[in-house]
Design a protein around this ligand. Structure first.
Ligand SMILES: [Zn+2]
Length: 434
């Protein structure tokens, strides 16, 4: 038995050594430098193991001996994309399918995990080589384990930055609307008071959270003057306990916040990223600039699953979408740091993730800025500058190819034909490929 174990270890070391030595050369007809926004023609990218070793002008470069050569003469090669707001354990909230609650009440943990493996695969197929997954919605620490399964090579998927259970307060999260004597499960960890808040953060960090997710607003409705009103959840003191704990672990805190008191508390409490930010006023934008807060707007999700127009919920849904665009534009014009996020999972995984890009450009963001919001910007937010979101020597070899030039037509990002993650080719539908 011991000898067998020794043999297995030797074999796996040999496989790892092989992977580390593997050399792939990508000949890119058009390589997008996302930082400068320029296309460089006829570039040779040498990938050794999981990293990019060098990039050089094709006419000057000799191919390394024994390298696998991948020719991508047409289209555009660019860094693997990063979605900064996903839910791999959620499968849509369509009321006709039972809404949010059906995810928790009708699907056991093994089924949810099985479906999460499909979610991560779908993300990778669409060119998303990293995800910041912002909570499992009642599936506990399942995201940590899906991440382990990907990292160990059991299943294909993007690099995951996970938030585990998320935190909200009593009255601050689903499931709700059931008889009060029923003790319903909640999609987030419920805390009341700074002591419980800090304890929840400690538990989540102990069990593998890379980020802490906090719901700083919950319900929303139309106020007396037709304005969007959001119910605040945690107090500033409660949030500060979470932020203090997370920052001590050198981790960050993402706050779901729509508008009003809860949004203000999120900023006063020192959160690192505002999620959704449906109605950022001038004061919120100024505070975000001052504090260096990131903004992940998740626009497209708010144009879906509207309740009927004649209902209060339907009017609220329309109001959310109508204030969201101007809020995004206010933040963008002021120079707030914006990252791309789809909130996919909240919408079905059958939706194309790239649909968020034209939502951003239709509101005035340039295509190259939209591309940066899904590459270099989140790399900085995730403290992985130089490693993720760029094609440069020393960076991880996460790169994709799309048909056409996404600077001229942002919709090109919906047509990903080649995906490499960590130096391994996951998808290659380049027509000239042998
Ligand atoms: Zn979300």
């Amino acid at each position: 038995m011991r000898r067998l174990l020794f043999l297995c270890i030797c074999l796996s070391m040999a496989v790892a050594q092989n992977a580390a030595d593997k050399v792939t050369v990508i000949k890119a007809g058009n390589l997008l430098d996302v930082k400068s926004g320029e296309i460089r023609h006829n570039q040779v990218i040498v990938v050794r193991g999981s990293k990019i070793e060098s990039i050089s002008d094709g006419s000057a470069k000799r191919m390394p001996a024994g390298a696998t050569v991948i020719d991508i003469p047409r289209g555009t090669v660019l860094p693997g994309l990063i979605d900064s707001h996903t839910h791999i354990f959620l499968q849509g909230e369509d009321p006709a399918q039972g809404g949010y609650d059906a995810n928790i009440l009708q699907q056991g943990i093994a089924l949810r995990a099985a479906r999460a493996t499909v979610s991560v695969r779908r993300a990778l197929e669409q060119g998303f080589t990293s995800l910041r997954d912002l909570e499992t919605e009642g599936a506990g620490y399942g995201d940590v384990e899906i991440k382990q399964a990907i990292d160990a090579g059991y299943i294909p998927g993007p690099r995951l930055f996970v938030a585990t259970r998320a935190i909200s307060t009593t009255g601050g999260y689903n499931l709700e609307g059931y008889a009060p004597e029923l003790n319903m499960p909640k999609g987030a960890q419920i805390v009341d008071g700074p002591v419980e808040a800090r304890k929840a953060a400690r538990e989540q960090l102990e069990h593998g959270a890379d980020w802490i997710k906090v719901y700083m607003t919950h319900r929303s409705w139309l106020g007396k003057n037709g304005e969007l009103v959001s119910q605040p959840t945690l107090t500033v003191e409660e949030l500060k306990a979470v932020v203090d704990e997370a920052h001590g672990w050198q981790r960050k805190v993402a706050c779901h916040a729509y508008s009003g008191i809860g949004l203000r508390r999120a900023l006063d409490g020192g959160c690192d990223s505002i999620e959704h930010g449906l109605d950022l006023d001038d004061a919120a934008v100024a505070q975000m600039l001052k504090q260096g807060t990131w903004y992940c707007p998740t626009l497209a999700a708010y144009y879906m699953d509207w309740a009927p127009e004649t209902t209060a919920a339907g009017q609220r849904d329309r109001k959310r979408a109508s204030v969201h665009g101007p809020s995004f534009q206010r933040a963008m014009k002021a120079g707030v740091k914006i990252v791309f996020g789809t909130d996919i999972g909240g919408i079905p995984w059958s939706e194309p993730m790239a649909q968020e890009f034209p939502r951003m450009t239709e509101l005035g963001m340039s295509p190259i800025e939209a591309i940066r919001s899904a590459t270099v910007r989140p790399a900085e937010m995730l403290d992985r500058q130089g490693e993720l979101g760029v094609i440069a020597p020393g960076a991880l070899a996460d790169l994709i190819a799309v048909d056409g030039d996404p600077r001229a037509d942002i919709h090109a990002l919906a047509n990903v034909q080649f995906v490499m993650k960590d130096g391994s080719v996951f998808k290659n539908e380049i027509r000239s490929a042998k």
